[in-house]
Design a binder for this molecule. Structure first.
Ligand code: ADP
Ligand code: SF4
Length: 693
């Protein structure tokens, strides 16, 4: 099927200075937790996006001098010639599929702590380094500025030598020096680099000019600029300094890549921002420049993309997360396969990888980060190796993905679900405040399975061991999910909380299932991710007095890793939820509960009509134990394997459940790994310069 001509505009080429992008799909720079640490993995991940039809594929941040070192973040690097082959691997992968490669040079300034190099960070004015870390960045003098310009210029040439087509001058995310020069929050200089906006833009202008002069017409020079810092008059605003900078530099770069700062503002989750939320900020840019403009906003709707171009908001559709969730998004639009797009759900699990210094993973795309090391392609999977049939019990994210991927391989699959709908816990979680887009995990897979004749679905089919044995499948996969515990056991309380066995003590499953609550409601969060705060929002929205209690120092503390924590805490406070941090739940009484300070064990009694315990989930694995407890019966039924996947094996992130389902499907009938490591590793070369002392 060909594409709808309505989308033709998205496939027009765009000239970016001396180079030409084949269409309007632009993968903006994004971190991935692989970078120079796992270079082939990073290159393969980028190359697959080029294969998927993106016209431009950029790096993550690429630090280029020891004084602007962004360690321990795992990023790209061009400190010296030594780094060129690593980056060249990426450009080669991108070029192989006809896309342009862009390099986002970054200089951390006060945001880069120089933890590897131990150099003193530099900033426009002396100030504490960011991140509540002891120590200051020093103010740059004129020699430092000259040096900085020289280093940037040298780095641009190294990027060219690594094969890049586009090099960035970067002033965004509050992570780089040139933004700090521009922002009145950070620049208190009294020389020609401080004061009015012309002066504060001077360094940026000089660096663009230096870069253009250095690379000539061998590469395009892009600017990435945060037009608004969402810091009010204190910082850059779209109708103030942001607009002024775009006006001053208007025709200087070959492309404007614009967004809001800082990263948690730019990459907001679906819980806090709609698709396209940045339009209000960046909408003005095209009126001030004739150069192509790229913007982001978690765009997954092809119609929305067309309208952005037609309305003259953007020339190129920028994407990080949508390209992570579906590296083949452009190809699918091009081929008229809109329904095959695996839409980003806006959860920022991808971002969490970067915060935790690990290769990126994605809720929707289980192959993310596994392209090179496991050889997993997002759109291709090996055909079946046998005629084995598979029964999957449970149609949550794990069961659905397992069925989808096995179906793609050509195995005959039966998917039995106790409920009357496919989706498992996604069906209820996506009804909670702000999480509607999480239903995409279900919808994509249900859509795919519907078109697979080899996958048979049985709803309203709660299976017991006898049923399973009767059917006589070769392999049985249990994806039966998990349940929240009702006794309060979790990370903090290793024994049941006294009083947890009363009727007014509820689990998240109870609340989601519509159990009656009476206020004030204590929600005890020993889980630290989204559930407790979302339930607090829900119950508060229903008019309940809610007291959120957690042993952690702040609300939903793990959501620092998804860059949501600040917004979660603000939302609860603004909605009138009482927040009690650093407290455990010592006991639950008849109309009250006893909280204990986690530092002093000092106790206090708080009134509570209901208590909701959000502590941990346990696998619903009784069927597994029943089946595997009777090997003779399995043998008699001809069942060769029984395997748990997803939450039934160990409750965790939705991303882990999807991954577990996918992994099972990839590994069915595959040879076992030769040694103990089930994936390829890249061992960095040892230096010959040894011994040294
Ligand atoms: P995961 O996140 O691991 O995919 P979920 O909790 O989302 O797990 O989904 C588990 C699904 O398994 C639920 O839809 C549940 O109804 C279903 N299920 C549980 N036990 C059985 C069973 N014995 N037979 C059929 N379906 C079951
Ligand atoms: Fe989107 Fe979540 Fe995947 Fe990130 S992890 S790309 S936010 S679906």
């Amino acid at each position: 099927m060909g594409r709808d001509p309505h989308y033709d505009v998205l496939f027009e080429p765009v000239a970016i200075g001396p180079v030409t992008a084949r269409n309007r799909f632009y993968q903006v720079p994004h971190c991935n937790g692989m970078g120079v640490q796992y270079p082939s993995a990073m290159a393969a991940m980028r190359g697959i996006k080029a294969e998927g039809g993106w016209a431009v594929i950029c790096t993550e941040e690429c630090d280029f001098h020891v004084t602007g070192d962004v360690t321990p973040a795992i990023e790209a690097r061009l400190w010296s010639e030594q780094d060129i082959p690593i980056m060249a691997r990426m450009t080669e992968a991108v070029h192989r599929h006809g896309a342009l490669a862009g390099c986002e040079l970054v200089y951390g300034g006060p945001a880069g702590h120089n933890r590897q190099s131990r150099e003193i960070p530099m900033a426009p004015s002396a100030m504490p380094v960011f991140g509540s870390e002891p120590g200051n960045a020093r103010a740059m003098d004129k020699t430092d500025i000259k040096n900085f310009r020289r280093w940037h210029r040298q780095a641009a040439l190294r990027a060219r030598d690594a094969g890049f087509d586009i090099v960035y001058v970067y002033a965004g995310h509050n992570l780089c020096l040139m933004q700090h020069f521009i922002s009145r929050r950070f620049n208190f200089r009294t020389d020609e680099y401080g004061g009015g906006i012309e002066n504060r833009t001077r360094l940026m202008r000089e660096v663009i000019e230096d870069t253009k002069e250095a690379v000539g017409d061998t590469m395009a020079v892009a600017v990435r600029f945060a037009v608004d810092e969402l810091a009010g008059d204190q910082g850059i605003t779209a109708d103030g300094d942001g607009a002024a900078v775009v006006e001053i530099l208007a025709e200087l770069p070959d492309l404007w890549d614009v967004n809001v700062s800082e990263w948690p503002n730019d990459s907001q989750t679906a819980r806090f921002a709609e698709e396209g939320f940045q339009e209000a900020f960046i909408g003005f840019v095209k009126s001030k420049t004739s150069k192509p403009v790229v913007g982001v906003g978690r765009y997954t709707s092809a119609d929305r993309m067309v309208s952005l171009v037609n309305k003259g908001v953007l020339d190129m559709i920028g994407a990080a997360r949508p390209s992570i969730a579906d590296p083949f998004l452009p190809k699918k639009i091009e081929e008229g396969r809109i329904e095959d797009i695996r839409e980003c759900i806006g959860c920022n699990i991808c971002v969490s990888g970067d915060f935790m210094f690990m290769p990126m993973r994605c809720t929707q795309n289980p192959t993310k980060g596994e392209e090179w090391r496991r050889g997993w392609h997002p759109e291709r999977i090996a055909p079946k190796e046998s005629d084995s049939s598979v029964l999957i019990v449970g149609a949550g994210p794990a069961g659905l993905e397992c069925a989808r991927a096995l179906g793609e391989r050509g195995y005959p699959v039966s998917l039995a679900e106790a409920g009357t709908e496919l989706g498992g816990h996604i069906n209820t979680v996506s009804l909670l405040p702000g999480l509607a887009s999480w239903a995409r995990v279900r919808d994509y897979r249900v859509g795919q399975i519907q078109n697979m004749p080899g996958v048979e679905v049985f709803l309203d089919s709660r299976l017991d061991a006898e049923h399973v044995r009767e059917f006589g499948f070769d392999h049985v996969v249990l994806a039966t999910g998990s349940s929240w515990v009702g006794d309060g056991i979790g990370e903090t309380h290793r024994r049941a909380i006294p009083g947890a066995d009363q009727d007014h003590v509820l689990t998240p499953d109870d609340v989601i299932g519509g159990a009656a609550v009476s206020g004030p409601v204590i929600i005890f969060d020993d889980d630290y991710y989204f559930m407790a705060s979302v339930l607090a929002e829900k119950l508060r929205g229903e008019g309940q007095d809610v007291i959120y209690v957690t042993p952690a120092a702040d609300v939903a503390t793990w959501t620092h890793n998804t860059m949501e924590q600040g917004r979660v805490q603000t939302r609860l406070l603004e909605r009138g939820v009482a927040v009690r941090t650093a407290k455990s739940l010592a006991s639950i009484g008849k109309g009250d509960a006893e909280l204990a300070c986690v530092h002093t064990d000092r106790r206090e009694t708080v009134a509570a009509g209901s208590v909701v315990l959000v502590t941990m989930r346990v696998p619903d694995d009784s069927l597994y134990h029943e089946l595997t407890g009777d090997q003779a019966a399995l043998d008699a039924a001809g069942i060769r394997s029984v395997t748990r996947i997803g939450d039934c094996l160990a409750p965790g992130l939705i991303a882990a459940a999807v991954y577990g389902g996918h992994k099972y499907a990839r590994e069915l009938d595959a040879p076992a790994p030769i040694d103990n490591v089930p994936f390829r590793r890249e061992i960095l070369e040892l230096s010959n310069d040894w011994p040294v002392l």
